[in-house]
Design a protein around this ligand. Structure first.
Ligand code: NAD
Length: 270
C-alpha cells in the first residue's frame, strides 16, 4: 500500500483528495496537514471528507506528518507547495502538486527541485483536460495561421489566480504548435477602440462566477467556420482521481519531474 499525506487537507481539493485516497485500493492516508490556526487542525482527516473517522488527526507540522509517508499530495498555494517539494527532496519522498498560480521565479524553483525527487506537477489533473492539451496541439498544427485562436476559461468566485493554470498551459501548447511565444502574442484583456485583430495574437478571456468548478474552451475561428473544443469539469472528483492516479504512478518512477501527460501515457510532441 502506498502511504500518502495530503497538504491543504481542509481545502476544497484537499478534502476530495482525502476522500479519493480512502476510496482507492493500493493507497492509504497516513497524514494530513493544514496551516497553523486553521479550524480543521486537530480534527480527524477522514471526517473532513465525510467519511468515518480513521484516527489520522490533521496536523500543522508538515515535517512530522511526513514520518512514514512515501508521497505528499499538495493542493494549496505556490509558496506552500514549494515547501512540500523541498521536504520531498530532503526526505526522498515523491511529491504530487496540483497547485496553480506559480510566478516564473517560483516555477524555476520547481524545475530545479522537481527532478531531485519523484515529482508530478500539473495545473489540471483531469483525464479529459490532458487529452484536450494533446488535441489542441494537433488542431493548431493542422489549422495553422489562418485561424484565430481564442481561449476562454470560467471558474468559481473563490479562485485566486487568473487566467487559470490550465488556460495558460492551453495557450502555451497552441503557441508552441504555431511557433509563437505566448508571452509575446497573448492578449489578456480588450477594451476600447483596439483596432483589427492581429492574426498572430492568442486571446485569453476569464470569467469568475458562483460555483463553476472549471470550464475551458479553445476556439479556432476561420472565415466561414469555427472549430472549438470545450472541457467542463462537473465536480472536483476528477481532479482528485487524477491526483491519486499520479501518486500511485510516480512512486514507481525514477527521480524526475513529470506531468499528467506522462502519468496518463499521452505525452504530445510539443
Ligand atoms: P482552497 O483555498 O480551498 O484550499 C487550499 C488549502 O490550502 C486551504 O485549506 C488552506 O488553508 C491550505 N493551506 C494554506 N497554507 C497552508 C500551509 N502552510 N500548510 C498546509 N495547508 C495550507 O483552494 P482549492 O480550490 O482547494 O485549490 C487549491 C489549489 O489547487 C489552487 O491553486 C487551485 O488552482 C488548484 N487546483 C488544481 C487543480 C488541478 O487539477 N491541478 C484542480 C483544482 C484546483
Amino acid at each position: 500500500m502506498v502511504k500518502a499525506i495530503v497538504v491543504g487537507a481542509g481545502g476544497r481539493m484537499g478534502r476530495r483528495v482525502i476522500h479519493m485516497i480512502l476510496q482507492t485500493p493500493g493507497v492509504g492516508l497516513v497524514g494530513a496537514v493544514e496551516k497553523e490556526g486553521h479550524p480543521v487542525v486537530g480534527r480527524d482527516a477522514a471526517d473532513l471528507a465525510g467519511e468515518p473517522e480513521i484516527g489520522i488527526v490533521v496536523s500543522s507540522d508538515l515535517k512530522q506528518a511526513t514520518d512514514g509517508a512515501e508521497v505528499i499530495v499538495d493542493f494549496t498555494a505556490p509558496e506552500v507547495s514549494l515547501k512540500s517539494l523541498e521536504i520531498g527532496v530532503q526526505r526522498k519522498l515523491a511529491v504530487v502538486i496540483g497547485t496553480t498560480g506559480f510566478s516564473p521565479e517560483q516555477m524555476e524553483r520547481v524545475r530545479t527541485l522537481g527532478p531531485r525527487t519523484r515529482s508530478v506537477i500539473a495545473p489540471n489533473m483531469s483525464v479529459g483536460v490532458n487529452v484536450m492539451f494533446k488535441m489542441v496541439e494537433e488542431m493548431a498544427r493542422a489549422l495553422g495561421d489562418d485561424y484565430d485562436v481564442e481561449i476562454l476559461e470560467a471558474h468559481h468566485r473563490f479562485k485566486k489566480d487568473a487566467p487559470s493554470g490550465t488556460a495558460i498551459k492551453l495557450g502555451e501548447t497552441v503557441a508552441r504548435a504555431l511557433e509563437r511565444d505566448l508571452e509575446k502574442v497573448g492578449v489578456w484583456s480588450r477594451k476600447g477602440f483596439i483596432g483589427e485583430r492581429n492574426p498572430r495574437e492568442i486571446g485569453m478571456a476569464v470569467i469568475r462566477a458562483g460555483d463553476i468548478v472549471g470550464e475551458h474552451t479553445v476556439m479556432f475561428g476561420g472565415i466561414g467556420e469555427r472549430l472549438q473544443v470545450t472541457h467542463r469539469a462537473h465536480s472536483r472528483d476528477n481532479f482528485a482521481r487524477g491526483a491519486v492516479k499520479a501518486a500511485l504512478w510516480v512512486v514507481k518512477q525514477p527521480e524526475g519531474l513529470y506531468d499528467m501527460q506522462d502519468v496518463l501515457g499521452i505525452r504530445g510532441k510539443g
